[in-house]
Design a protein around this ligand. Sequence first.
Ligand code: DOR
Ligand code: ZN
Ligand code: ZN
Length: 442
Amino acid sequence: MSDLALLNCNIPGINENCTVEVENGKIKSIKKIGPKCDKIIDLKGKILLPGLIDAHVHMRDPGLTYKEDWKTGSRAAASGGFTTVLDMPNTDPKTTTAERFKEKIQIAGSKSVVDFGLHAGVEKLDEIPKIAKLHPSSFKIFADIVDNGFLMDAFNEVSKLKYNPSTQGQKAEKYPFKPLISLHCEDKDIVRHCTDKLKFGGVSDSKVYSRARPALAEEVSVSNIVTMAEHSNIHVHICHVSTSKSLEIIRRAELAGCMVTCEATPHHLLLDSSSFEEFGTLAKTNPPLRDGKYRIKISDLDSIDIVGTDHAPHELLEKGRDVWNAPPGIPGLETALSLLLTQINRKELSFKRLIKLLSENPARIFNIPKKGSIKEGMDADFVVVDMKREGVVDPKTFQSKAEYSPFEGFQVKGMPVMTLVRGNVVMDEGEVFEKKGKFIHS
Ligand code: DOR
Ligand code: ZN
Ligand code: ZN
């Protein structure tokens, strides 16, 4: 007898009416007929998707918990249909040493209600091999705040790591970590130059923000990074691509043999710089929202590997400062799925592509073999969606501490109604149940 059976599931691409049997947190079978079982949930024909993996979140814990913490951030994840999140290292302290990496595993492990992985930051190069033994999701570098010399050295150090998937970090020179660098791509000098010109020229309207960090800054940085990646034969993952030209540079590099993957956020895909008019600094994010003529669109998703939310929560009070002093960042965990399901209802996107972008590809790129698809033997991570349910984005209902969104007032059709992590219900009809999330590693 198994632990749980999900009846009358509609799984896109697999089966229109089937039963998924769960045992010990794993998918035991996908069948036509219902098995004998302790607990049954009847989905009544609703869509069952693999649990979503958000490869780009900022949970702010430790140190910045007035903005978000692992409890509230992971509740936001569960609420939005995400069963695994990969956290960024720019907390306080930053996750740049093996010690801090281990501390963050403890903190997240005691509070998170969904499963999690951690990106490691890079400061001291001699920490790279030490952190590599601890199964980081990637080494993350913010190219908007470091020099080319530092980038060169970091690429060189990561390229020295020798990957062996069968080694659990025991042998001295072989690591379970597959060398991967994630990057925030904006050229530091161009950003500084353009920002100073506007800032010291007395401009303070938030509409100028896209000019303070122009498309060119991103495109120069992306070109630079793919060149470094080719040179050191390293897989690079480009975070939050915002312009179509960046995408073109990435695809050209890929055709030339560069190991490069890329990500887009819902806000860069669906909004443009006109959001500054209505939302001011609440729409401020790095890289900025772009003018219509440069920006990426939903139709570009065929050449994008993953959607990451870049859930970057801040306190409303600090977001209320002027354009130069308000921190950049938009919370995204609780809006991403319903925004994309709305695109599916409008026939702008398919379930097949959505599953690739938010489950299969993040699992493949970040080396999470037991997650990302509905198959026997995989973790029983799911999100159930109701494609007929309609609503309006209302930040006051967020589980996140960051109750703002430039999507406020957006009409959506298609919403997550239940989230399960390893067979445990963590969200049902908006109510979150606090189960223990686990640190995931290959
Ligand atoms: O908008 C952003 N917010 N971009 C970043 O790169 C950092 C992030 C944050 O941590 O707030
Ligand atoms: Zn970034
Ligand atoms: Zn980020």
